[in-house]
Design a protein around this ligand. Structure first.
Ligand SMILES: [Ca+2]
Length: 456
Protein backbone atom coordinates (compact mmCIF):
# COMPACT_ATOMS: atom_id res chain seq x y z
CA UNK A 1 0.00 0.00 0.00
CA UNK A 2 1.25 3.47 -0.79
CA UNK A 3 0.88 6.43 1.52
CA UNK A 4 -2.40 7.59 -0.06
CA UNK A 5 -3.90 4.13 0.41
CA UNK A 6 -2.95 4.24 4.08
CA UNK A 7 -4.62 7.63 4.48
CA UNK A 8 -7.74 6.42 2.66
CA UNK A 9 -7.88 3.27 4.77
CA UNK A 10 -7.48 5.32 7.95
CA UNK A 11 -10.25 7.67 6.81
CA UNK A 12 -12.51 4.72 6.01
CA UNK A 13 -11.85 3.12 9.41
CA UNK A 14 -12.50 6.39 11.20
CA UNK A 15 -15.73 6.87 9.26
CA UNK A 16 -16.76 3.27 9.94
CA UNK A 17 -16.00 3.53 13.67
CA UNK A 18 -17.77 6.89 13.92
CA UNK A 19 -20.87 5.57 12.16
CA UNK A 20 -21.07 2.38 14.24
CA UNK A 21 -20.59 4.46 17.38
CA UNK A 22 -23.44 6.68 16.24
CA UNK A 23 -25.63 3.66 15.53
CA UNK A 24 -24.83 2.34 18.99
CA UNK A 25 -25.73 5.68 20.59
CA UNK A 26 -29.08 5.57 18.80
CA UNK A 27 -29.93 2.24 20.44
CA UNK A 28 -29.75 3.73 23.90
CA UNK A 29 -33.21 5.12 24.64
CA UNK A 30 -33.84 8.45 26.33
CA UNK A 31 -36.02 8.73 29.40
CA UNK A 32 -38.31 11.58 30.39
CA UNK A 33 -40.11 11.14 33.71
CA UNK A 34 -42.71 13.82 34.41
CA UNK A 35 -43.80 13.65 38.05
CA UNK A 36 -46.47 15.99 39.42
CA UNK A 37 -46.92 16.88 43.06
CA UNK A 38 -50.23 15.76 44.60
CA UNK A 39 -52.04 15.38 41.26
CA UNK A 40 -54.92 12.99 41.92
CA UNK A 41 -56.12 9.97 39.99
CA UNK A 42 -59.27 11.79 38.89
CA UNK A 43 -57.57 15.09 37.99
CA UNK A 44 -56.90 14.47 34.29
CA UNK A 45 -59.19 13.50 31.44
CA UNK A 46 -57.54 10.18 30.46
CA UNK A 47 -58.33 9.00 34.01
CA UNK A 48 -61.88 10.28 34.06
CA UNK A 49 -61.82 13.98 34.91
CA UNK A 50 -64.70 15.85 33.30
CA UNK A 51 -63.71 19.09 35.04
CA UNK A 52 -60.14 19.81 33.93
CA UNK A 53 -59.27 20.14 30.26
CA UNK A 54 -56.12 18.16 29.43
CA UNK A 55 -55.92 17.88 25.63
CA UNK A 56 -52.16 17.20 25.63
CA UNK A 57 -52.47 14.34 28.11
CA UNK A 58 -55.38 13.01 26.06
CA UNK A 59 -53.09 12.96 23.04
CA UNK A 60 -50.32 11.33 25.07
CA UNK A 61 -52.80 8.61 26.14
CA UNK A 62 -53.84 8.14 22.48
CA UNK A 63 -50.19 7.70 21.54
CA UNK A 64 -49.35 5.50 24.53
CA UNK A 65 -50.69 3.36 27.34
CA UNK A 66 -52.57 4.32 30.52
CA UNK A 67 -51.76 2.28 33.63
CA UNK A 68 -54.84 2.23 35.85
CA UNK A 69 -53.31 0.28 38.75
CA UNK A 70 -50.06 2.19 39.16
CA UNK A 71 -48.97 2.99 42.72
CA UNK A 72 -46.64 5.61 44.14
CA UNK A 73 -46.03 3.35 47.22
CA UNK A 74 -46.42 6.32 49.60
CA UNK A 75 -49.12 8.85 50.40
CA UNK A 76 -46.65 11.75 50.72
CA UNK A 77 -43.76 13.30 48.81
CA UNK A 78 -40.45 12.29 50.36
CA UNK A 79 -40.97 8.52 50.57
CA UNK A 80 -42.64 8.42 47.15
CA UNK A 81 -39.65 10.15 45.54
CA UNK A 82 -37.29 7.83 47.42
CA UNK A 83 -39.09 4.89 45.81
CA UNK A 84 -38.83 6.49 42.36
CA UNK A 85 -35.10 7.18 42.74
CA UNK A 86 -34.04 3.86 44.32
CA UNK A 87 -36.53 1.15 43.26
CA UNK A 88 -37.00 0.27 46.92
CA UNK A 89 -39.64 0.68 49.61
CA UNK A 90 -38.90 4.02 51.33
CA UNK A 91 -38.52 2.25 54.68
CA UNK A 92 -35.44 0.47 53.32
CA UNK A 93 -33.68 3.79 52.67
CA UNK A 94 -34.64 5.41 55.97
CA UNK A 95 -37.09 7.89 54.47
CA UNK A 96 -40.46 6.50 55.55
CA UNK A 97 -40.20 8.84 58.55
CA UNK A 98 -37.41 10.80 60.20
CA UNK A 99 -37.14 11.87 63.85
CA UNK A 100 -37.31 15.66 63.46
CA UNK A 101 -39.36 15.87 60.30
CA UNK A 102 -41.91 13.04 60.49
CA UNK A 103 -43.54 11.93 57.23
CA UNK A 104 -41.75 14.36 54.87
CA UNK A 105 -38.49 16.30 55.03
CA UNK A 106 -38.74 19.95 56.10
CA UNK A 107 -36.36 22.82 55.26
CA UNK A 108 -32.86 22.70 56.79
CA UNK A 109 -33.36 19.01 57.40
CA UNK A 110 -30.56 17.01 58.98
CA UNK A 111 -31.76 14.04 56.85
CA UNK A 112 -31.80 13.04 53.21
CA UNK A 113 -31.31 10.21 50.74
CA UNK A 114 -28.04 8.46 51.57
CA UNK A 115 -25.72 9.28 48.62
CA UNK A 116 -24.34 5.72 48.86
CA UNK A 117 -27.69 4.31 47.70
CA UNK A 118 -27.93 3.83 43.92
CA UNK A 119 -30.38 6.22 42.21
CA UNK A 120 -31.71 5.97 38.66
CA UNK A 121 -29.14 8.62 37.70
CA UNK A 122 -26.28 6.68 39.35
CA UNK A 123 -27.44 3.64 37.42
CA UNK A 124 -27.55 5.34 34.00
CA UNK A 125 -24.38 7.40 34.30
CA UNK A 126 -21.96 4.52 33.53
CA UNK A 127 -24.02 3.83 30.39
CA UNK A 128 -23.12 7.28 29.10
CA UNK A 129 -26.29 9.12 30.08
CA UNK A 130 -26.52 12.79 30.95
CA UNK A 131 -29.02 13.18 33.79
CA UNK A 132 -31.05 16.21 34.88
CA UNK A 133 -33.43 16.78 37.77
CA UNK A 134 -35.59 19.78 36.99
CA UNK A 135 -38.15 20.73 39.61
CA UNK A 136 -38.91 19.57 43.12
CA UNK A 137 -36.39 17.27 44.81
CA UNK A 138 -37.50 16.68 48.41
CA UNK A 139 -34.85 14.09 49.29
CA UNK A 140 -32.65 16.35 51.43
CA UNK A 141 -31.72 20.03 51.15
CA UNK A 142 -28.21 19.93 52.59
CA UNK A 143 -25.50 19.99 49.89
CA UNK A 144 -24.50 16.38 50.48
CA UNK A 145 -28.04 15.21 49.70
CA UNK A 146 -28.74 17.36 46.62
CA UNK A 147 -29.33 15.80 43.17
CA UNK A 148 -25.84 16.90 42.10
CA UNK A 149 -24.46 14.43 44.67
CA UNK A 150 -26.88 11.67 43.60
CA UNK A 151 -25.82 11.12 39.98
CA UNK A 152 -27.50 14.13 38.34
CA UNK A 153 -25.35 16.37 36.14
CA UNK A 154 -27.86 19.21 36.40
CA UNK A 155 -30.29 20.36 39.06
CA UNK A 156 -32.68 23.27 38.63
CA UNK A 157 -35.61 23.65 40.99
CA UNK A 158 -36.84 23.85 44.57
CA UNK A 159 -35.38 21.49 47.18
CA UNK A 160 -38.72 20.69 48.93
CA UNK A 161 -42.44 21.47 48.78
CA UNK A 162 -43.74 24.80 47.52
CA UNK A 163 -45.64 25.45 50.76
CA UNK A 164 -42.47 25.29 52.90
CA UNK A 165 -41.95 29.02 52.84
CA UNK A 166 -40.45 31.38 55.38
CA UNK A 167 -43.97 32.58 56.32
CA UNK A 168 -45.16 29.01 56.95
CA UNK A 169 -42.05 28.39 59.05
CA UNK A 170 -42.71 31.47 61.17
CA UNK A 171 -46.23 30.22 61.86
CA UNK A 172 -44.85 26.83 62.92
CA UNK A 173 -42.35 28.48 65.27
CA UNK A 174 -40.34 25.83 67.09
CA UNK A 175 -42.08 22.91 65.33
CA UNK A 176 -39.64 21.52 62.75
CA UNK A 177 -37.41 24.52 63.59
CA UNK A 178 -39.84 26.55 61.48
CA UNK A 179 -38.48 29.88 62.77
CA UNK A 180 -35.21 29.12 60.92
CA UNK A 181 -36.73 28.31 57.50
CA UNK A 182 -35.34 30.47 54.71
CA UNK A 183 -37.30 32.08 51.86
CA UNK A 184 -38.26 29.34 49.36
CA UNK A 185 -35.14 28.92 47.20
CA UNK A 186 -34.88 28.27 43.48
CA UNK A 187 -31.60 26.44 42.96
CA UNK A 188 -29.18 25.95 40.07
CA UNK A 189 -27.05 22.95 40.96
CA UNK A 190 -25.91 23.81 44.50
CA UNK A 191 -26.55 27.56 44.40
CA UNK A 192 -29.63 29.57 45.31
CA UNK A 193 -30.45 31.82 42.35
CA UNK A 194 -33.78 33.27 43.51
CA UNK A 195 -35.34 33.52 46.99
CA UNK A 196 -38.17 33.60 47.58
CA UNK A 197 -38.93 32.20 44.16
CA UNK A 198 -42.07 33.61 42.52
CA UNK A 199 -44.22 30.48 42.41
CA UNK A 200 -46.51 32.01 39.79
CA UNK A 201 -43.92 31.30 37.11
CA UNK A 202 -42.55 28.03 38.44
CA UNK A 203 -44.23 25.74 35.89
CA UNK A 204 -43.13 28.07 33.08
CA UNK A 205 -39.54 28.18 34.31
CA UNK A 206 -39.28 24.42 34.83
CA UNK A 207 -40.74 23.79 31.37
CA UNK A 208 -38.34 26.25 29.72
CA UNK A 209 -35.38 24.61 31.51
CA UNK A 210 -36.58 21.16 30.40
CA UNK A 211 -36.83 22.30 26.77
CA UNK A 212 -33.34 23.82 26.95
CA UNK A 213 -32.01 20.54 28.32
CA UNK A 214 -33.65 18.53 25.51
CA UNK A 215 -32.17 20.84 22.85
CA UNK A 216 -28.70 20.69 24.36
CA UNK A 217 -28.62 16.93 24.82
CA UNK A 218 -30.75 15.48 22.02
CA UNK A 219 -27.62 13.94 20.42
CA UNK A 220 -26.69 11.83 23.44
CA UNK A 221 -28.70 9.49 25.66
CA UNK A 222 -30.34 11.34 28.53
CA UNK A 223 -32.54 11.05 31.60
CA UNK A 224 -34.75 14.03 32.33
CA UNK A 225 -36.81 14.02 35.51
CA UNK A 226 -39.24 16.93 35.37
CA UNK A 227 -40.72 17.04 38.86
CA UNK A 228 -43.42 19.70 38.86
CA UNK A 229 -44.00 21.65 42.06
CA UNK A 230 -47.70 21.89 41.15
CA UNK A 231 -50.49 21.43 41.92
CA UNK A 232 -48.61 20.93 45.17
CA UNK A 233 -49.40 21.46 48.80
CA UNK A 234 -51.00 24.89 49.08
CA UNK A 235 -54.74 25.53 49.21
CA UNK A 236 -54.35 27.87 46.20
CA UNK A 237 -51.85 26.39 43.71
CA UNK A 238 -49.97 28.71 41.38
CA UNK A 239 -50.24 29.22 37.63
CA UNK A 240 -48.85 31.85 35.29
CA UNK A 241 -51.13 34.68 34.04
CA UNK A 242 -52.25 32.97 30.79
CA UNK A 243 -53.68 30.11 32.90
CA UNK A 244 -55.01 32.03 35.89
CA UNK A 245 -58.78 31.89 36.13
CA UNK A 246 -59.07 29.87 32.93
CA UNK A 247 -60.07 26.46 34.27
CA UNK A 248 -63.45 25.47 35.66
CA UNK A 249 -61.89 24.54 39.01
CA UNK A 250 -60.14 27.58 40.44
CA UNK A 251 -56.38 27.64 41.13
CA UNK A 252 -56.16 23.84 41.34
CA UNK A 253 -57.60 23.43 37.85
CA UNK A 254 -55.46 26.28 36.48
CA UNK A 255 -52.29 24.58 37.77
CA UNK A 256 -53.34 21.19 36.34
CA UNK A 257 -54.10 22.72 32.95
CA UNK A 258 -50.72 24.48 32.90
CA UNK A 259 -49.03 21.12 33.60
CA UNK A 260 -51.02 19.68 30.70
CA UNK A 261 -49.74 22.52 28.50
CA UNK A 262 -46.17 21.87 29.71
CA UNK A 263 -46.44 18.18 28.80
CA UNK A 264 -47.61 19.15 25.31
CA UNK A 265 -44.59 21.46 24.94
CA UNK A 266 -42.19 18.66 25.87
CA UNK A 267 -43.81 16.08 23.57
CA UNK A 268 -43.81 18.57 20.69
CA UNK A 269 -40.14 19.35 21.33
CA UNK A 270 -39.24 15.63 21.25
CA UNK A 271 -41.13 15.35 17.93
CA UNK A 272 -39.43 18.47 16.54
CA UNK A 273 -35.99 17.15 17.51
CA UNK A 274 -36.82 13.84 15.83
CA UNK A 275 -36.15 11.75 18.94
CA UNK A 276 -39.65 10.65 20.00
CA UNK A 277 -39.10 7.13 18.61
CA UNK A 278 -36.17 6.57 20.93
CA UNK A 279 -37.63 8.29 23.99
CA UNK A 280 -39.76 6.72 26.72
CA UNK A 281 -41.92 9.41 28.32
CA UNK A 282 -43.75 8.73 31.58
CA UNK A 283 -46.33 11.04 33.13
CA UNK A 284 -47.33 10.41 36.75
CA UNK A 285 -47.78 11.89 40.22
CA UNK A 286 -46.01 11.40 43.56
CA UNK A 287 -49.21 10.74 45.54
CA UNK A 288 -52.95 11.37 45.47
CA UNK A 289 -54.69 14.72 45.80
CA UNK A 290 -55.21 16.08 49.34
CA UNK A 291 -58.90 16.88 48.57
CA UNK A 292 -60.95 18.95 50.99
CA UNK A 293 -63.07 16.14 52.36
CA UNK A 294 -66.27 18.05 51.51
CA UNK A 295 -68.46 16.09 49.07
CA UNK A 296 -68.38 17.63 45.61
CA UNK A 297 -65.61 20.11 46.48
CA UNK A 298 -62.69 19.45 44.11
CA UNK A 299 -60.77 22.65 44.91
CA UNK A 300 -57.89 20.51 46.21
CA UNK A 301 -58.08 17.89 43.53
CA UNK A 302 -59.86 14.62 42.89
CA UNK A 303 -58.91 10.99 43.43
CA UNK A 304 -62.20 9.80 41.97
CA UNK A 305 -63.36 7.12 41.64
CA UNK A 306 -60.85 5.85 44.19
CA UNK A 307 -61.37 5.77 47.93
CA UNK A 308 -60.05 8.49 50.20
CA UNK A 309 -57.57 11.33 50.29
CA UNK A 310 -53.88 11.90 49.63
CA UNK A 311 -51.35 11.71 52.48
CA UNK A 312 -52.93 8.39 53.56
CA UNK A 313 -52.82 4.70 52.64
CA UNK A 314 -56.24 4.97 50.97
CA UNK A 315 -56.36 3.85 47.33
CA UNK A 316 -56.72 7.52 46.43
CA UNK A 317 -53.54 8.34 48.35
CA UNK A 318 -51.41 5.62 46.77
CA UNK A 319 -52.81 4.97 43.30
CA UNK A 320 -51.91 7.68 40.79
CA UNK A 321 -52.33 8.24 37.07
CA UNK A 322 -49.53 6.92 34.86
CA UNK A 323 -49.23 7.31 31.11
CA UNK A 324 -46.31 5.86 29.15
CA UNK A 325 -45.52 6.91 25.56
CA UNK A 326 -42.89 5.51 23.24
CA UNK A 327 -43.98 5.60 19.59
CA UNK A 328 -43.13 2.34 17.84
CA UNK A 329 -42.61 0.44 21.11
CA UNK A 330 -45.67 1.02 23.31
CA UNK A 331 -48.96 0.10 21.59
CA UNK A 332 -50.94 3.34 21.16
CA UNK A 333 -54.33 4.05 22.75
CA UNK A 334 -54.11 1.08 25.12
CA UNK A 335 -54.63 0.56 28.86
CA UNK A 336 -53.22 -1.81 31.41
CA UNK A 337 -54.88 -2.87 34.67
CA UNK A 338 -51.82 -4.72 35.93
CA UNK A 339 -50.39 -3.64 39.27
CA UNK A 340 -47.10 -1.78 38.94
CA UNK A 341 -45.36 0.94 40.95
CA UNK A 342 -42.97 3.86 41.18
CA UNK A 343 -40.29 1.35 42.29
CA UNK A 344 -40.32 -0.23 38.82
CA UNK A 345 -38.60 2.65 37.05
CA UNK A 346 -35.10 1.76 38.29
CA UNK A 347 -35.15 -1.95 37.33
CA UNK A 348 -36.94 -1.21 34.04
CA UNK A 349 -34.44 1.48 33.06
CA UNK A 350 -31.63 -0.92 34.01
CA UNK A 351 -33.08 -3.58 31.70
CA UNK A 352 -33.56 -1.12 28.83
CA UNK A 353 -29.92 -0.01 29.04
CA UNK A 354 -28.34 -3.38 29.93
CA UNK A 355 -27.04 -1.95 33.18
CA UNK A 356 -26.55 -4.29 36.16
CA UNK A 357 -28.91 -3.83 39.10
CA UNK A 358 -27.43 -2.43 42.32
CA UNK A 359 -26.43 -4.99 44.92
CA UNK A 360 -28.95 -3.68 47.46
CA UNK A 361 -32.31 -5.53 47.44
CA UNK A 362 -34.66 -3.97 44.87
CA UNK A 363 -38.41 -4.14 45.51
CA UNK A 364 -39.48 -2.96 42.06
CA UNK A 365 -39.63 -5.06 38.90
CA UNK A 366 -38.68 -4.86 35.24
CA UNK A 367 -42.08 -3.98 33.72
CA UNK A 368 -41.09 -4.08 30.04
CA UNK A 369 -43.71 -6.82 29.43
CA UNK A 370 -46.38 -4.44 30.81
CA UNK A 371 -45.11 -1.50 28.78
CA UNK A 372 -44.63 -3.20 25.43
CA UNK A 373 -46.83 -6.30 25.52
CA UNK A 374 -49.66 -7.82 27.50
CA UNK A 375 -47.61 -9.05 30.45
CA UNK A 376 -49.07 -9.77 33.88
CA UNK A 377 -48.14 -7.92 37.04
CA UNK A 378 -44.91 -9.21 38.59
CA UNK A 379 -46.18 -8.33 42.10
CA UNK A 380 -47.31 -11.02 44.54
CA UNK A 381 -48.33 -8.22 46.90
CA UNK A 382 -48.04 -4.49 47.57
CA UNK A 383 -47.37 -3.05 51.03
CA UNK A 384 -49.07 0.19 52.14
CA UNK A 385 -47.03 1.94 54.79
CA UNK A 386 -47.92 5.15 56.57
CA UNK A 387 -44.52 6.26 57.84
CA UNK A 388 -43.18 3.05 59.44
CA UNK A 389 -46.62 1.56 60.14
CA UNK A 390 -47.82 -1.21 57.82
CA UNK A 391 -51.51 -0.39 57.40
CA UNK A 392 -52.61 -2.48 54.43
CA UNK A 393 -51.60 -5.07 51.86
CA UNK A 394 -52.89 -5.77 48.37
CA UNK A 395 -52.63 -9.15 46.67
CA UNK A 396 -54.47 -9.73 43.39
CA UNK A 397 -57.76 -7.89 43.53
CA UNK A 398 -57.99 -7.71 47.31
CA UNK A 399 -56.74 -5.05 49.72
CA UNK A 400 -56.74 -5.81 53.42
CA UNK A 401 -56.52 -3.09 56.08
CA UNK A 402 -54.79 -4.68 59.05
CA UNK A 403 -56.12 -4.19 62.59
CA UNK A 404 -53.88 -1.75 64.50
CA UNK A 405 -53.61 -0.92 68.18
CA UNK A 406 -52.65 2.71 67.54
CA UNK A 407 -53.41 3.70 63.94
CA UNK A 408 -51.63 6.75 62.54
CA UNK A 409 -53.50 9.02 60.08
CA UNK A 410 -55.68 6.19 58.81
CA UNK A 411 -58.37 6.27 56.13
CA UNK A 412 -60.72 4.10 58.25
CA UNK A 413 -59.50 3.79 61.82
CA UNK A 414 -59.54 6.47 64.54
CA UNK A 415 -57.07 6.46 67.43
CA UNK A 416 -58.51 4.94 70.59
CA UNK A 417 -61.30 3.11 68.74
CA UNK A 418 -61.23 -0.69 68.32
CA UNK A 419 -60.12 -1.87 64.88
CA UNK A 420 -60.79 -5.02 62.87
CA UNK A 421 -59.66 -6.25 59.44
CA UNK A 422 -61.34 -4.56 56.46
CA UNK A 423 -61.25 -6.29 53.08
CA UNK A 424 -62.00 -4.62 49.74
CA UNK A 425 -61.98 -5.73 46.12
CA UNK A 426 -60.08 -2.74 44.71
CA UNK A 427 -60.58 -3.86 41.11
CA UNK A 428 -64.38 -3.96 41.15
CA UNK A 429 -64.92 -1.61 44.10
CA UNK A 430 -62.22 1.10 43.78
CA UNK A 431 -64.21 3.34 46.13
CA UNK A 432 -63.86 0.64 48.85
CA UNK A 433 -67.54 0.82 49.77
CA UNK A 434 -68.19 -2.85 50.51
CA UNK A 435 -66.23 -4.56 53.28
CA UNK A 436 -65.89 -8.25 52.34
CA UNK A 437 -64.09 -9.42 55.49
CA UNK A 438 -67.00 -11.41 56.96
CA UNK A 439 -67.90 -12.94 53.57
CA UNK A 440 -64.32 -13.95 52.71
CA UNK A 441 -62.60 -14.96 55.98
CA UNK A 442 -60.16 -17.23 54.10
CA UNK A 443 -58.91 -14.26 52.04
CA UNK A 444 -58.52 -12.22 55.26
CA UNK A 445 -56.50 -15.07 56.75
CA UNK A 446 -54.29 -15.46 53.67
CA UNK A 447 -53.53 -11.73 53.36
CA UNK A 448 -52.93 -11.38 57.12
CA UNK A 449 -50.32 -14.14 56.96
CA UNK A 450 -48.81 -12.66 53.83
CA UNK A 451 -48.54 -9.24 55.53
CA UNK A 452 -46.73 -10.76 58.50
CA UNK A 453 -44.22 -12.58 56.32
CA UNK A 454 -43.69 -9.60 53.98
CA UNK A 455 -43.44 -6.85 56.63
CA UNK A 456 -40.13 -4.99 56.23
CA1 LIG B 1 -46.69 15.10 47.08
Amino acid sequence: MNQLDHVLLACFLLFFLASTDHAHADERPNFVLIVCDNLGYGDIEPFGSTLHRTPNLNRMAEEGRCFRHFYSVAGVCTPSRAALMTGRYPLRVGLARTPRDGAVLRPLSPYGLDPAVTTIADLLKPAGYVCALIGKWHLGDRPKYLPTRQGFDLYYGIPYSDDMTQETGRRLGRRYDGFRWPPLPLMWNEHVIEAPVDRTFLTQKLTAAAVRFLRQHCDQPFLLVLAHAMPGSTSRPFASPPFQGKSRNGPWGDAVEEIDWSTGVLLAELDRLGISKRTLVIFTSDNGAPMTGKPGDLSRGSNGPLEGRGYTTAEGGFRVPMIARWPGRIPPATTSDELCTMMDFLPTLAALTNQPLPEEPIDGHDIRPLLFGNGRSPYRYLLYYYEDQLQAIRAGRYKLYLPLSSPKRHPHFRPGKPTRPLLFDVVNDPGCRQDLSSRLPDVVQRLSELAESARL
